[in-house]
Design a protein around this ligand. Structure first.
Ligand code: ADP
Ligand code: ZN
Ligand code: MG
Length: 495
């Protein structure tokens, strides 16, 4: 390794290894469920295969392969005709077979890419590979931490959950870019229907960080493989969120800068992100690939995906959908973004937009509905089967049978809080729009009952009209339209 001069300017270089849990009903090599049961006992969601018992054989889950092919298509990867599985050998108690079934030299997705946006800049991040593998079990250190535990328990319920490991090129130049990438990746995976971001531990990130001397960076920003291999880097483990990635990497960049400034060398090592303390701590020197003694899994034949992959469709992806929303519905960038934030939101919006003017549909879905859901920590999936109730609510407003104010501030809120349909809320709260007779009577009463305000109006005091509108609104329980009341009052007063 070259000695790095303390004074040299350097460029931040980051590459990610992202583990995501694929949403399938059953585990990747056996028929056990991937869905934890409420209060389930340890080691109950298991079978001889995921417990690694002698003689038990793996059978590859078709749904996991389909999910991987979808990911490959979405990131524009090459999906080779034949893909194979390997054993990655290491001893750790969470690994019942003492090897992990994974992919090695023929992964299912190769050389893909994903575009991310940070501020105004669009960057294309290369994806070296994405492969299928099984999750190990989980360890429970009695007493909490590994340092103070008297003993450790192991739970294999998670063992065999299908994972996809997505390895990027060292193309990131700032911690903020990694955060944008992870958000984008999750969005794409969610659109594909292969990933549930709300599931505990569904995203796990290892980040490799180094500081490369500026002299090794070409004008177009590229860095040669030699220069990348020449610097020592730290691999930061235990990152589980977008924000965590940005924080951990910001910390790690500063730490490395400080080490170099003091004239010391960066160690090639694995570090642990301690989220609670906001620091990375040294774990061990990094293991080399040869330590794993990879060899072909003889119990699984090579997998041919050549014809099959053509029959696995993927939906329109978020960027394309955002673009289409802007063009087809004339939405501005912000509304289009909000309305495509998840596939479920976008689908819901398109269903509403079938019945209404797109601008009205956008206001109701993006501003009113999403705003109220957000406030309640609910999501569109909680209400997507109530599309017609929601459509009826907008219809009532469009037909002027309900004021916008009542629809937004009373009916919608009660619909969400009480799970009631709009008609029930309107009936109970007495919110039907006041009939014209009722409004006219209230206008007349307001004029009769407030001679001072009437005089003020005639003397040219415009604020007097607002007072009178207020009186009418009060008398009609807010069910009149303020603009209309204003007009009616002026007609009467100007006679
Ligand atoms: P290893 O064989 O040590 O696992 P790889 O070449 O497979 O190394 O790369 C692992 C990860 O490290 C990838 O995400 C890659 O982008 C990243 N990486 C490689 N070189 C660097 C570097 N100089 N600085 C930061 N990350 C790097
Ligand atoms: Zn099993
Ligand atoms: Mg590697």
């Amino acid at each position: 390794m070259s000695t790095q001069a303390a004074t040299e300017e350097r460029t931040v270089v980051i590459g990610l290894e992202v583990h995501v849990q694929l949403e399938t009903d059953t585990k990747i090599f056996c028929g056990c469920s991937t869905e934890p049961e409420e209060d389930e006992e340890p080691n109950t969601r298991t079978c001889p295969t995921c417990l690694g018992l002698p003689g038990a054989l793996p059978v590859l889950n078709e749904a996991a392969v389909e999910a991987a092919v979808k990911v490959g298509k979405a990131i524009d990867a090459d999906i080779p005709e034949t893909t194979t599985f390997h054993r990655k050998n290491y001893y750790y108690p969470d690994l019942p077979k003492n090897f992990q079934l994974t992919q090695y030299d023929a992964p299912i997705c190769q050389s893909g890419e994903l575009e991310v946006r940070v501020g105004d800049e669009a960057r294309t991040i290369g994806i070296t590979r994405a492969h299928l593998e099984e999750d190990p079990g989980s360890l429970q250190h009695a007493g909490g931490s590994i340092e103070s535990a008297t003993h450790t328990l192991v739970n294999y319920n998670r063992a065999g959950t299908p994972l996809m490991e997505i390895v990027t090129e060292p193309d990131f130049r700032s911690p903020a870019e990694t955060r944008a990438f992870l958000a984008k990746l999750e969005e794409v995976l969610e659109y594909l229907g292969v990933f549930d971001p709300t599931r505990d531990g569904s995203l796990r990130v290892d980040a490799n960080v180094s500081l490369v001397p500026d002299s090794a960076v070409a004008d177009d920003g590229t860095i040669t493989g030699d220069a990348l291999a020449d610097v020592n880097r730290a691999e930061v483990k235990n990152i589980s969120s977008h924000k965590g990635a940005e924080q951990a990497l910001a910390y790690e960049v500063t730490r490395q800068e400080n080490v170099l400034r003091r004239g010391r060398e960066i160690e090639q090592e694995t570090r642990h992100w301690d989220e609670a303390r906001g620091v990375t701590v040294s774990m061990r020197s990094k293991e080399a690939e040869k330590d794993y003694r990879y060899f072909r899994e003889a119990d699984l034949p090579a997998l041919e995906v050549s014809d099959w992959k053509e029959q696995i469709p993927i939906p329109e992806l978020p960027d394309a959908r955002r673009e289409r929303f802007r063009e087809a519905y004339g939405l501005d960038r912000e509304s289009a973004s909000k309305l495509t934030s998840t596939k479920a939101v976008a689908d819901f919006f398109e269903d509403v937009a079938e019945s209404f003017d797109p601008e009205l549909a956008a206001t109701w879905v993006a501003d009113n509905l999403l705003g109220e859901l957000n406030y309640r920590e609910m999501s569109i999936t909680d209400v997507e089967d109530r599309l017609d109730e929601f459509t009826r609510l907008i219809e009532l407003v469009a037909a002027e049978e309900l004021t916008v104010k009542n629809a937004e501030e009373v009916v919608l809120r009660e619909m969400l809080d009480e799970g009631e349909d709009p008609e029930t809320v309107i009936e109970r709260e007495g919110l039907g729009v006041a009939g014209s007779g009722e409004v006219e009577a209230a206008v007349a009463a307001a004029i009769d009952g407030n001679p001072d305000a009437v005089d003020d109006y005639h003397d040219g005091d415009e604020s007097a009209i607002n007072f009178l509108v207020g009186q009418v609104m009060q008398a009609t329980g807010g069910s009149a339209d303020p603009g209309e009341v204003n007009g009616l009052l002026r007609e009467e007063l100007d006679e």
